[in-house]
Design a protein around this ligand. Structure first.
Ligand code: UDP
Length: 496
């Protein structure tokens, strides 16, 4: 039975897999620590998590969904289009942003009626801070990325080193960071370089941060200690590293985030037939879409690399908002005969749709991860102890790449230098030679590759320890819960 002293914490994730998955992981972990948890989301977004939450309920935890109405038709979105992964073009993504904004009054009403003890809100919902203040409860922001990203963004804004270079391709060092980190201007988000339509939102996000109780981060102290200290001491943030989120719940790995489009046993038996660390896993997250010519270059690179591979082909790039036949497109976009050839020879396993990423990454056969550097993928690769080939495209992915290749040094870059605003827009073509070279560099037995493998394995051990009872992330969750329990509205102003 729920005790009268049980804390009630409400979680409000943003409607994209890369935000929802770690937040649901954290919410479920709070429930394991005895908290009564409610996750606010829309009907379609309940589905990928329903069975995990049902299992939690059956095992006696207090966790439930509060399901909101999603205004798809009001914004000209097809029925069921409630998540960024379902928006094939920038135009549709913008419509979805507007529809998501319209959830505000509904969510505020739920908060006022339920009067939870704490709100954990995605940082992209800055308005949740005002209702938390009104109710006299703490509001924690969930930041979807890591500390390295926070520090790079802060120091770029503070020192503006990109203003001192003459071209988009001249490299420069970001001053004041614990490591020597270089960028070119072409790798920076446009919001760093100029005012954009998102500038007001980002200014608001920084402003509300000061009124929040603190920031939850899917990272762990031992991964980036100097950047966590920098975030606290130099930027002045009150932060709790509580990850890796994917390790917080001892769970069925095959189901994480969605139902996989390949049966678990087929995936495992294919991997079981391979030598340890002999397979490259390729996945570009939940949002990125490539052109046919880029897919062709990837196919040739993978085949010519000579290494075995598991390739998750996501959705393909389209200019048409209305098309809904991704499967048919994916089939026709691979070079003719490629799939048959690599399947028959046993070199490749192709997954169309949703891959059981954590299940694959943690299999002993996996020796390398070609990733777009989404933060969750980085954390999952680290948790599995796998060296990476980095191929960032949008958002803060170029920052995450530098953590892997320049700060922690357990990966090599494929060499994409052009940041894009949208995951659903065309990027400059990366030719097969570059892709092949980077794959071979992490998969071969050179001293450098062996060193990267060792570093990655060491990080895996640190990640596992962080979430064990008494580990740094485990202790941070405990401290945080105590902080919520003893919260007084004046705490926010006092801690700054
Ligand atoms: N993911 C997955 N299967 C897929 C594609 C993605 O399990 O086929 C998961 C992946 O494990 C990660 C999340 O979706 O947890 C993607 O988040 P990330 O931050 O890496 O990238 P984003 O999708 O936000 O660009």
């Amino acid at each position: 039975m729920e005790s009268r002293n049980q804390l009630h914490v409400m979680f409000l994730p943003y409607l994209a897999p890369g935000h929802m998955m770690p937040m649901v992981d954290i919410a479920r972990s709070f429930a394991s620590h005895g908290i009564n948890v409610t996750i606010l989301t829309t009907p379609k977004n309940v589905l990928p998590f329903a069975s995990a939450v049902d299992r939690d309920i059956k095992s006696g935890k207090y966790i439930q969904f509060n399901v909101l109405h999603f205004p798809s038709s009001e914004f000209g979105l097809p029925e069921g289009c409630e998540n960024l992964t379902a928006a094939p073009t920038p135009k549709m993504t913008v419509k979805l942003f507007h529809a998501i904004d319209m959830l505000q009054p509904q969510v505020e009403q739920v908060f006022r009626e339920c009067r939870p003890d704490c709100i954990v809100s995605d940082y992209l919902f800055p308005w949740t801070v005002d209702v938390a203040i009104e109710l006299g409860i703490p509001r924690l922001a969930f930041n979807g990325s890591g500390f390295f990203n926070l520090c790079v963004a802060h120091n770029l804004e503070h020192y503006k080193p990109h203003m001192n270079v003459v071209s988009e391709t001249e490299s420069f060092v970001v001053p004041g960071l614990p490591d020597q980190i270089t960028f070119t201007r072409s790798q920076l988000p446009d919001i760093v370089k100029t005012k954009t339509r998102f500038s007001a939102l980002f200014d608001k996000l920084k402003e509300v941060e000061k009124k929040s109780f603190g920031v939850l981060v899917n990272s762990f102290y031992e991964l980036e200690p100097a950047y966590i200290d920098h975030s606290r001491k130099v930027i002045g943030l009150k932060v709790w590293p509580i990850g890796p989120a994917s390790l917080l719940n001892n769970d069925e790995k095959a189901e994480r985030g969605d139902k996989p489009s390949i049966p678990k046993h087929s995936c495992l038996s294919w991997l079981d037939s391979k030598e340890p660390t002999s397979v490259v896993y390729i996945c570009f997250g939940s949002l990125i879409r490539f052109t046919k010519s880029q897919i062709t270059e990837m196919a040739s690179a993978l085949e010519e690399s000579g290494h075995s591979f598991v390739w998750t082909i996501g959705k393909v790039l389209t200019v048409d908002d209305t098309h809904n036949n991704d499967q048919q497109q994916q089939n026709s976009w691979l070079p003719e005969g490629f799939e048959e050839k690599v399947t028959q020879s046993g070199q490749g396993l192709i997954i169309r749709g949703w891959a059981p990423q954590v299940l694959i990454l943690t299999h002993p056969a996996i020796g390398g991860f070609l990733t777009h550097c989404g933060w969750n993928s980085i954390m999952e690769g680290i948790s599995a102890g796998i060296p990476m080939v980095t191929w960032p495209i949008f958002a803060e992915q170029f920052y995450n790449e530098k953590l892997v290749t320049q700060a922690l040094r357990f990966g090599v870059s494929v060499g994409n230098d052009t940041w894009k605003l949208w995951a659903t827009e065309e990027s400059p073509l990366i030719n097969k030679e570059k892709i092949k070279k980077a794959i071979i560099e992490i998969m071969n037995n050179s001293n450098e590759a062996i060193e990267m493998r060792k570093k990655a394995r060491r990080l895996r051990e640190l990640a596992r320890k962080a979430v064990e009872e008494g580990g740094s992330s485990w202790s941070n969750i405990k401290d945080l819960i105590e902080g919520i329990r003893s919260y007084k509205p004046t705490d926010v102003t006092k801690t700054r």
